[in-house]
Write a protein that binds this ligand. Sequence first.
Ligand code: BES
Ligand code: MG
Ligand code: ZN
Length: 498
Amino acid sequence: MQFHILKKHEITLGDVDSCLVIPLFEKDFPLESALLSEADELRLQTLADKEIITGGADENYYFPCPNSDYQGILVLGLGKRDQFRKETLRRAAGKAVEAFRSNRIQQVILDLSHYSELPAEALIEGLILAQYDFTVYKHPEPDATEPVKVSAVTLLVRDDYDPSLLQEQVRVAALSAMSANGARHLANTPPNEMTPSALAAFAEGIAEDSGCECKILEPTQLASLGMNALLGVSHGSAQPSRLIVLNYHHSDDAKTVAIVGKGVTFDTGGISLKPAASMHEMKYDMCGAAAVLCTMMNVVELKPKLNVICVVPAAENMTGDAAQRPGDIVKAYNGKTIEVHNTDAEGRLILADAMAYTVDKYKPDMIVDMATLTGACVIGLGHYAAGLFSTDDTLAEALRLAGEESGERLWRLPLWEDYERLIDGNHADICNIGPREGGAITAAAFLKRFVGDTPWAHIDIAGTAWGVKNIPYWSTDHATGFGVRLLTQWLLQMQAQD
Ligand code: BES
Ligand code: MG
Ligand code: ZN
């Protein structure tokens, strides 16, 4: 997608596939645009007078303009001014894509001349996210017309506006949304193709030409390092596990941040087998991995003043005669022994080794993991917030803020000592499950035992990684890419503080 920030005299109209987008706060009349023809302005005013156009949230009014220099006008309703959030514009843009699609619009001109304070980058994000589709495996209908997408966006600003800040915000937003689409693509790709080694190959692709180092550990290396919790999960699978490390080094005196993502490329539950009904959705059990890897695509491009270590334990959780059994005891990288009472609680096992290894080897100043970890988190928070758990209030607050900014919201849950007692082991140091109640918290309490004293946050994205309804820029039947925009925002926030 191309972007231009232009002033009125720099714009040439006349493209048949262009749409003039006029944002409008609720009842904020008169409805004006620097580019409207007199006749169209009159038509708009009439519609506004009749309260057909009101500027209400979720209201997008498109009308064709066959005799004008643009193909159509879209009035983008933003709702009440005092309730406006960045997310309002992101969602409005997502909704507008329906009109652009059905009217075959390829060029959008967003008139910011009356609302120069609007965060136009959110519109760009909404557009890029909403235009994502996943059609690689589907043949088109024989007589279907080729769908078109918006390929150019012009932001029209006032003559006295300095575009440099907006330029940078748009660049970051577009990159971030495209990387989020990358994460969605990894997640949507079927599990017969998106294997641990395919994830590793993707990571190698990021490192190529980017000056970032990539290291892939294979089973023999994992065994000699003592990562038996990770290895145990993939015993039932023909796909060998991997530990993937991407290391972006900025400078020796910069902060080091580690991001770790759960990469279970398919989760049958193992011997503690899951029910059949929704099992196919467990191809999404690598959404944490997809999020941290695609965040690195942003990191290598934006080059923040931070050292960023990205770690992905990747494994497939299958059944079979070599599969891990309930009752097995494995010794993790940090020497702790784990009693596996349920082979379906596999995410915490692979993360245990990955995080213990990361803190030991890279000594990060902080570590954040992201995982589709528990069904309990979905029950507790539904699909509109990911669970946040942290040993560090400053880190938790910074992540929460990044969540508000990016629209990928977080809600903090407690991590008190009481919960930790519930996963004490019987025949080993720790048990991999607790009681059913508070399942998202005991999962987090389990992870806590593998990060030592390093400030740590855990983000459970089981509810937000796919299947989210009513967000116009995310379709319900795709992965959302949740986490890429959140983590990127957080990293950029952090480097801005130094
Ligand atoms: N990948 C699942 C968690 C999950 C379930 C994510 C549904 C999204 C939707 C995880 O590996 C798992 O199976 N967790 C178990 C843990 C339990 C056995 C303690 C769960 O949540 O049921
Ligand atoms: Mg599981
Ligand atoms: Zn899982």
